[in-house]
Design a binder for this molecule. Structure first.
Ligand code: ZN
Ligand code: ZN
Length: 153
């Protein structure tokens, strides 16, 4: 089966996990709900903090394991920005990431058309599957942290 990043809407998490031979557990479901609940690209640590609020018994190891399973079954993707911690994104539609270099927040930005391989020479033995687009800059206006910093400057 192809590993196209299909939006998860039609399939249940249960089915998606089963397709990859992974077990459905209430913890995995919970971690997934946490990610869907606040789509702001949290790190594993942040997911853990949020998951604990309604499931105090959940462990960091379980959160890591659940995130891993969710990534493997294609309902969540990892986002790596510079040398920072791996972030998790539950938006499986094609989109680019805008990374604020000042506060480190990551935002989804819509693509006007499908990303194409830029003007690079991709050798024949490589097959491009996905293209990650990361835009870097500074968020103005929407970001409290950046706004505050400016005010104190
Ligand atoms: Zn995203
Ligand atoms: Zn910012």
């Amino acid at each position: 089966m192809a590993t196209d990043p299909l939006p998860v809407s039609g399939d249940s998490l249960n089915q998606r996990l089963a397709e990859k031979g992974l077990r459905f557990t209430s913890q995995r479901q919970h971690v997934y709900e946490v990610l869907l609940g606040q789509r702001d690209h949290p790190s594993a640590e942040e997911v853990f903090m949020r998951a604990k609020q309604s499931k105090p018994e959940i462990s960091m190891a379980t959160v890591y394991n659940s995130l891993d399973a969710l990534v493997k079954c294609g309902v969540v993707r990892q986002v790596n920005v510079d040398r920072g911690a791996t972030l998790y994104c539950s938006n499986m539609n094609e989109h680019a990431h805008f990374c604020c270099d000042d506060c480190g927040k990551v935002f989804d930005v819509n693509l006007k058309n499908s990303p194409r391989v830029p003007e690079v020479d991709v050798p024949g033995e490589f097959e491009v599957r996905t293209i990650d687009i990361a835009l870097h800059g500074r968020c103005t206006g929407t970001c409290e942290d950046c706004g505050r910093r400016e005010a104190h400057a």
